[in-house]
Design a binder for this molecule. Structure first.
Ligand code: ADP
Length: 333
């Protein structure tokens, strides 16, 4: 296993996985690991290290939200059944403090939701300042399943692409960084994963007979996804098309995308809005001398550790930032 797993990225996944004008969904190798020259163990190793950085960055975001900041991050996860949406939530978001994560899954609209515009339930679920919002499925279902199943006429879903772009622009303007990932599993792998759900009684709860109905419309869904990617990958809210046959790869990529989104916010710890020395004296006056002495000793150690911590954080940031220097395209999208 490599000591320095960051170096195993040969290209920046942010640029590599963004669909450009020539993008062709059919040519995406869903078992591929674009930009990653390491193996599964290397990826797991890097994810663990990234997890520490991600966790610190998330705490900074949370603190920022608690002190009047307006920034937040929204991770939109789309993908067909078995693409690994739940695994991303468990393994990537599972690395940060759940208090700072606002997870929402979007299923078939409820009766109440159906009485409103399709973006109503989405607006209500947007992350508050300081939060990482996660959408497991999203408003994109309204141009995917709704279209493929013919739940509304073309005249109704067609204008939604533009409407979604305007909506996301507004969300970004209000301080939210949007990271959209389309997990792309191959038909073969999806078949295997569904079969495994049938083979294992402990997975039956995950199986829904309608999954096979959806699978029977595979090409319609691919066409609908292709349109989504072509029409709603904007500069302010780009899509990342993530090959998902290797779960460890898609999890690593999403960890990287989220980490980079948080790095780009460039948040510092909020300044105290009180005088620290005055408070220290007031608190000390309430403490027994021997407890105070012990606290002072612990305080010295904590301050020293913080300086170390800040240094390793800066180092990790510098390493992470080095992805910027990588080429954006290896010509293999
Ligand atoms: P999952 O399959 O993601 O584990 P569910 O079992 O709750 O979660 O399934 C969600 C289902 O809801 C999916 O089949 C999805 O296509 C459907 N769905 C989501 N949004 C809409 C929508 N706006 N209109 C119709 N169906 C939707």
């Amino acid at each position: 296993m490599a000591d320095d797993a960051e170096n195993l990225w040969t290209a920046d996944p942010r640029r590599l996985l963004r669909p450009g004008p020539e993008f062709n969904l059919a040519s995406v190798d869903r078992a591929g690991t674009p930009g990653w020259s390491g193996d599964k163990d290397d990826a797991k190793e890097l994810m663990l290290r990234r997890g520490e950085l991600l966790s610190e960055l998330q705490e900074r975001l949370f603190a920022h939200g608690r002190t009047g900041g307006d920034r937040s991050v929204l991770l939109v996860i789309q993908g067909l059944d078995t693409a690994g949406k739940g695994g991303i939530v468990r393994h990537v978001l599972g690395m940060v403090d759940p208090q700072g994560v606002a997870l929402r899954s979007f299923g078939v609209p409820t009766e109440e939701e159906r009485e409103h515009h399709y973006l109503w339930r989405i607006r209500n679920a947007l992350p508050r300042p300081g939060q990482i919002g996660v959408f497991d499925r999203s408003h994109y279902e309204d141009v995917l399943v709704v279209r493929v199943q013919g739940l509304v006429e073309r005249e109704v879903w067609e204008p939604r692409f533009e409407e979604i772009n305007r909506f996301e622009e507004e969300v970004v303007e209000s301080g939210t960084t949007i990271v959209k990932v389309a997990l792309m599993v191959s038909a073969e792998e999806q078949g295997m994963r569904l079969m495994e759900r049938l083979d294992r009684p402990d997975k039956h709860w995950k199986y829904n007979p309608s999954d096979v109905d959806t699978r029977q419309r595979w090409y319609d869904y691919q066409a609908a996804y292709a349109d989504v990617l072509a029409r709603t990958s904007t500069d302010v809210a780009p899509w990342y098309v993530v090959p998902a046959d290797k779960k460890w790869y898609s999890r690593l990529v999403v960890t990287e995308l989220l980490t980079q989104a948080l790095i780009d916010l460039d948040l510092t710890w909020p300044q105290a809005d009180f005088d620290v020395e005055t408070e220290r004296a007031r608190l000390a006056a309430t403490m027994q001398p021997q407890v105070l002495a012990a606290a002072e000793q612990a305080g010295e150690q904590a301050r020293a550790k913080h300086v170390d911590g800040e240094e390793s954080y800066r180092e990790a940031l510098a390493e992470a930032g080095s992805l910027d220097d990588l080429p954006g395209d290896d010509g293999d999208d």
